[in-house]
Write a protein that binds this ligand. Structure first.
Ligand code: SIN
Length: 430
């Protein structure tokens, strides 16, 4: 018997290779773990990870999580910026629903122990409503800026927000007596009960790589949180497990798909050999500038009044045009005019990773090029994550709530994972 199951959190019958669990979650990224942790402890929850637990896009997210947290910001402004970036193709109701829960979602992450970067102690407001569960309040968080946002709105944990969030939530999930995480278990197809008049989704066929066998998981409901499809492209920021299999399984089960043509390209992937390392938009948020390596021209000034902080599609297209013209395969991102101590303190991961590759970002330009980064479309769901198939929910990059329209506003996706994941937990039949 697989060791993970001996924890008595789920019951298995190895003779028949079937496993019984109340809720099956396919994917151990932020959407999957937010759902798992928000479900009542009385339900047994099994979370499948196709590879090692940390191999998911959430883990690699750098910038942060967008929410209207600044005292001068309003949720209405966040919604307006999202609709503009989405180029008129966002679903307004779902967008409003998800973004209105931003502050609450970030507060919840604080309570889970996520070590967000804080503003200096002397600049903090006195608490009027101290929450004993959180080490700090959302008003203490340092906010950075990214393209398309009208103000500082992105809470972050240095420049490795995803890693810090996932480490905190993974610890919580591993400690929860009702949650079992099974790494190296790949869902192959969803099971629907044909005897049920609703043709309810009631489990999945799964391959267990540890024991090289197929398993049938039976559950009351399934949550698809399997991530995106970046690996269909030559250059991608997503890990190699992100091949669109969740979208395929949902389609086969009878779900509608929407907007799959809207693949977001991040403007600044590191353009060095076959690297998939991202150079966070927060570097441009803090003043990074893009130059043509041949002419030395700061080309974004001619393209958009927001220059390097125009929405991603505009910056990515401008870079692609420069690359087509110069034939070099990259443009330069320069941050050497920013104080070295600031760069080292706020971007430790990028600073160190590039230093090891021979680029000192405090003095050298960074070669960058657009890289496939996010699927704005996916499995059609409500803001509660419900798909067209009864008993089947979807959240995160695999899903389409309409929040991202034709072009996702930076850092809205981590927020969507938390809000929709937690909504699913509330919506699921008890
Ligand atoms: C980044 O740090 O630039 C990525 C943020 C995002 O894609 O939301």
């Amino acid at each position: 018997m697989n060791e993970a199951w001996s924890a008595d959190k789920v019951t298995s019958n190895s003779a028949e290779d079937t496993v019984q669990t109340d809720i099956l979650i396919i994917g151990a990224g932020l959407a999957g773990l937010s759902t798992a942790l928000a479900l009542p402890k009385s339900l047994s929850v099994t979370v499948l990870s196709k590879s090692a637990i940390e191999v998911c896009s959430s883990h690699y997210a750098q910038g942060g999580i967008a929410a209207s947290l600044d005292k001068n910001d309003r949720v209405a402004d966040h919604i307006a910026d999202t609709l503009v970036a989405g180029a008129g193709l966002c679903e307004t109701d779902n967008t409003t629903n998800i973004l209105s829960a931003g502050q609450q979602a970030v507060q919840w992450l604080c309570e889970q122990g996520v070590p967000f970067t804080l503003i200096p102690q002397h600049e903090r407001q006195p608490y009027n409503n101290v929450n004993p569960l959180a080490a700090f309040q959302t008003s203490d968080l340092h906010l950075t800026k990214e393209g398309g946002h009208g103000c500082r709105r992105v809470a972050h944990a240095d420049d490795a927000t995803g890693r810090h969030i996932m480490e905190a939530l993974t610890l919580k999930a591993q400690a929860a007596s009702n949650i079992t995480i099974l790494p190296y278990h790949e869902a192959l197809s969803l099971l629907k009960n044909s005897a049920n008049p609703n043709k309810q989704c009631q489990g999945a066929l799964v391959f267990d790589y540890h024991n090289q066998r197929k398993l049938t998981f039976h559950s009351r409901a399934v949550v698809l949180a399997s991530g995106g499809l970046g690996q269909l492209f030559k250059r991608a920021s997503a890990p190699n497990v992100c091949v669109g299999d969740g979208v395929m399984m949902a389609w086969q089960a009878g779900c509608r798909l929407a907007n799959l043509e809207f693949i977001q390209f991040h403007p600044t992937g590191l353009a060095l050999d076959n690297s998939s390392f991202l150079i966070s938009e927060a570097l441009r948020g803090e003043g990074g500038r893009l130059y043509c390596p041949q002419t030395g021209k700061r080309f974004m000034l001619d393209i958009d009044k927001r220059a390097e902080l125009a929405p991603r599609d505009i910056v990515a297209r401008a870079i692609a045009e420069q690359i087509n013209k110069n034939g070099l395969g990259y443009v330069n991102l320069d941050v050497s005019h920013l104080p070295a101590e600031f760069l080292q303190a706020h971007f430790p991961q990028i600073y160190q990773t590039l230093l090891e590759l021979g680029i000192d970002i405090t003095t050298d330009p960074i070669p960058v090029a657009p890289t496939a980064h996010y699927s704005c479309g996916g499995v059609v769901t409500s803001a509660n994550g419900l798909t067209d198939v009864a008993g089947l929910y979807a959240a995160g990059e695999v899903a389409y709530t309409g929040l991202h329209g034709a072009n996702r506003l930076a850092s809205n996706s981590l927020l969507e994972c938390v809000v929709v994941g937690r909504n699913i937990a509330t919506d699921l039949p008890r």
